[in-house]
Design a protein around this ligand. Sequence first.
Ligand code: ROI
Length: 162
Amino acid sequence: MTKVIAYIGLGSNLSTPEVQINAARQAVKDLSGVLEHAFSSLYRSPPMGPQDQPDYVNAVMAINTDLSAIALLRCLQQIELDQGRERKDERWGPRTLDLDILLYGQQTIDQPDLCVPHYGMAKRAFVLYPLAEIAPEIEVPGLGKIAGLLASCPLDGLEKVS
Ligand code: ROI
């Protein structure tokens, strides 16, 4: 089966976020049908959305995979649950772990529970900057080259932490 490079956004703002991100990285690496291709630095940023929650730690991971996009999504959702993610009613509330498929090769996917490229990525510094660090030449389907996206995305308090 053909391998695809997929990009995953990782985020956490509860239960020692760095620990959550590193554990999630290992869990993704342990999936069968997945090889790690690259992993960005960790970045800290104030919450986008409700402000009465802790700062987030974010990173982006590139993998080489023969899992379908939906199979990958299900695996990522299981990792979120394994790391104590609770689905609350509050929109944009704090979370132990968020794993989003940002890109899946050059494919555009529009399904009820999976939208790729990720719908909010062009406006999110905490996604674009780590992505650009590991894929400076990447083209986001429908949105253009990463350099152009970065140029119109303010840092919004994003800082590299490691
Ligand atoms: N804000 C930041 N800075 N980082 C995130 O990963 C993040 N994730 C979210 C919301 C609540 C939108 N805010 C975020 O889901």
